[in-house]
Design a binder for this molecule. Structure first.
Ligand SMILES: Cc1cc2nc3c(=O)[nH]c(=O)nc-3n(C[C@H](O)[C@H](O)[C@H](O)COP(=O)(O)O)c2cc1C
Length: 183
């Protein structure tokens, strides 16, 4: 499976999930095979660095992330950071993210928390050498209509992120194939 779209909000009426659906559709329309993971579909444990790592859902999700080329990571902004459900997912799946290309879709209440994902981004980059697409999608409540449909310009930014993810993954695979970057 080349791509995974991961929705990490636990809110049944989530805006970041609406963006995740949009990214899923966009990658499919570009002809890529893409799987959708919604944390609401799994009864995930809180990471305890012990028994959580043998949970069957955690093991299955680790495998799903590990076999992907790239991940679109949709996350709510809580307390000026990525929501704990997003961080917990990374804590549970850890090294499965190694050297993936990752693009973020964020839903926030207001405009001021746009650096909220950077803690999680730093951790992915430094712990797992993840290639994070610098231009991520940051949305606020006013970017959605009453049915949680994203405004056309936001949907266009999601499509752009999907295209960038596919292009970066292909470029990285090409670079790895030719051995660029090896000593
Ligand atoms: C506990 C909590 C903390 C929040 N903290 C912030 C915040 O720091 N900055 C912000 O802009 N919005 C904040 N919000 C608003 C959410 O980011 C907003 O509701 C967003 O749509 C959540 O994503 P979701 O709809 O995908 O679940 C917070 C909401 C909750 C419930």
């Amino acid at each position: 499976v080349p791509f995974v779209v991961l929705s990490s909000s636990l809110n049944p009426a989530s805006r970041s999930r609406a963006l995740a659906r949009c990214a899923h559709e966009a990658l499919g329309a570009l002809g890529h095979s893409v799987e959708y993971i919604d944390v609401r579909d799994y009864d995930l444990p809180i990471c305890d660095a012990a028994t959580a790592y043998s949970d069957p859902n955690v093991l299955a999700l680790q495998r799903q992330i590990a076999k992907s080329d790239g991940i679109v990571f949709a996350t709510p902004v809580y307390n000026f950071a990525a929501a704990s459900s997003a961080k917990n997912f990374v804590e549970l799946t850890g090294s499965a993210w190694t050297e993936k290309v990752v693009g973020f879709l964020c839903a926030a209440g207001g405009r001021h928390s746009y650096m909220a994902v950077m803690g999680l981004v730093n951790s992915l980059m430094l712990d797992f050498r993840v290639h994070v697409i610098p231009r991520f999608v940051y949305s606020t409540e006013t970017d959605f209509d009453a049915d949680l449909q994203p405004a056309p310009d936001v949907a266009a930014r999601v499509r752009e992120l999907a295209e960038t993810l596919a292009a970066c993954s292909a470029a990285l695979a090409g670079a790895n194939a030719t051995g660029r970057g090896e000593p």
